[in-house]
Write a protein that binds this ligand. Structure first.
Ligand code: LIP
Length: 265
């Protein structure tokens, strides 16, 4: 029996709240436990503890589900449901005690995201969405920006951890900066997309994101009426994620794609 997306959301919201509490408790004194793709791409013991707790709770409730987590949790399920988990998005912000970090949990049914929650405890925000039922924050339905002029658009973006990738991203940013109202670099793709869902920024783009960075927040932005896509309008993914009002998508994609790509950056 395929579970109701709302029931999957209820479970995700409860589990995300517990993980958020664990992360708030464990933040003081947290240090880098290891590095990943570069010396600045860090993981802390709290990233791992959060993921372990989330996976344990989800599989206690639904033992035959699959999981995919940033810190290595990977399990094929038999139920048709898979949980895509970023146990701590904005790890560097968490390390620096900046409040822009979140727990992100999405439920996929047969490969499509049907429900998602992004819980940012230091901001006191819990964004949710169910496919076809809108995006919500504190019981209010979210509506993304209606901006129709790119030059008036507040643009959020982010950068990778490797110097060569950052060099290329800086070149893209140099093209974008004169063409938008201003840039915000907040350090968490999940929070960037949720702020776009609420119209607190007009557009967002980033290259190099993983499924767990955008699974839940991408649904939230989409359910708030934004177009969420990738290069040339293909599905959003590691090559590119754009979230914008339909009126701005074409112009933004053209601007991002202007430079012939040496590679996927
Ligand atoms: C972060 C993303 C952010 C991106 C960072 C990093 P993490 O995820 O949320 O948008 O710019 O480079 O990938 O590493 O904190 O889970």
């Amino acid at each position: 029996m395929t579970p109701a997306p709302q029931d999957l959301l209820t479970l995700a919201v409860d589990v995300a709240a517990e993980a958020a509490e664990l992360l708030m408790q464990g933040q003081s004194g947290v240090t880098t436990a290891a590095t990943k793709s570069s010396p600045t791409d860090v993981v802390t013991a709290m990233d791992r503890a959060s993921e372990a707790l989330i996976v344990q709770r989800l599989l206690e409730a639904r033992p035959t589900d699959g999981v995919l987590g940033e810190e290595g949790a990977a399990r094929e399920g038999s139920s048709g449901v898979r949980w895509v988990i970023d146990p701590l998005d904005g790890t560097v912000n968490y390390l620096y005690r900046l409040p822009l970090w979140a727990v992100s949990i999405a439920a996929e049914v047969d490969g499509r995201v049907v429900a998602g929650v992004v819980h940012a405890p230091a901001l006191g925000e819990v964004w949710t969405a169910v496919h076809g039922e809108g995006a919500w924050l504190h019981g209010e339905r979210l509506h993304g920006s209606q901006q129709t002029e790119l030059a008036q658009a507040m643009c959020a973006t982010g950068f990778g951890y490797e110097a060569s990738r950052r060099t290329r991203q800086a070149a893209v940013l140099a093209r974008v900066l004169p063409r938008v109202r201003d840039i915000r670099r907040l350090g968490s793709a999940a929070i960037d997309l949720c702020l776009a869902a609420g119209g607190l920024v007009d557009v967002y783009y980033e290259r190099g994101l993983h499924p767990w960075d955008l699974a839940a927040a991408g649904l939230i932005a989409e359910q708030a009426g934004l177009t969420v896509c990738g290069l040339d309008g293909t599905p959003a993914g590691i090559d590119l994620v754009v979230a914008a009002p339909l009126a701005l998508v074409g112009e933004l994609l053209a601007l991002l794609g202007e430079e012939p790509r040496a590679d996927s950056d």
